[in-house]
Design a binder for this molecule. Structure first.
Ligand SMILES: [Fe+2]
Ligand SMILES: [Fe+2]
Length: 193
């Protein structure tokens, strides 16, 4: 399938504020680089997935929730009461139903880019990681994650899952069951390797 990247960029520019639009372009670039580094052959698909991953991020919470309710992608009771998770689920719904991209590999990578899931695909891991290390990110450990992502993609995903789970525990908010499953799955996966 070929992708109308120019059109997607125009739609994103309209839907997102300039900071989020810039982030989306950077995540797309990082996703392309990671796919070259880690042998994901369809680099254009990785680029497009990265580009679109936050397409609903600036929508109102209400509008995101409406799309979350329509989603068929494993939305559970924890997801429904955790607004920061909505945009990923809504994004997958929007890309499928408004942009007409009916590719589950792309749609799932968007849906799970914040939570992760058990048995993440290579594209899931690329988008999850690209979102952490993109050029606009400036959190304190970002250079550590950028280095790690060049050397060990599995460990990058595992470490960041552990970091975000600890963060959630510290805030005493609900912990995504998809994230717990992702964490356990990465532990088993990295031990095997
Ligand atoms: Fe996001
Ligand atoms: Fe993002």
């Amino acid at each position: 399938m070929s992708y109308d990247v120019k059109m997607y960029r125009a739609i994103l520019e309209e839907r997102l504020n300039s900071k989020r639009f810039n982030h989306s372009l950077n995540v797309a670039e990082s996703a392309k680089e990671l796919s070259e580094r880690w042998g994901y052959e369809n680099t254009e698909k990785a680029y497009v997935t990265g580009l679109l991953h936050d397409i609903c991020k600036n929508d109102s919470e209400q509008s995101q929730l409406e799309m979350v309710r329509k989603s068929s992608r494993a939305v559970n009771s924890i997801d429904l009461i955790t607004p920061p998770l909505y945009h990923a689920i809504a994004g997958a719904w929007y890309v499928e139903n408004k942009l007409g991209i009916r590719d589950d590999e792309i749609l799932d990578a968007i849906r799970y880019h914040t939570e992760g899931r058990a048995n993440m695909t290579l594209l899931d891991k690329i988008i999850f990681t690209a979102d952490i290390i993109s050029a606009d990110r400036d959190f304190s450990d970002v250079s550590h994650y950028r280095e790690l992502a060049k050397n060990d993609l599995e460990q990058t995903v595992l470490e960041y899952l552990a970091f975000s789970i600890e963060d959630v525990l510290g805030k005493k908010i609900c912990l995504s069951t998809h994230s717990i499953n992702a964490y356990n799955s990465q532990i088993m996966h990295t031990k095997k390797g």
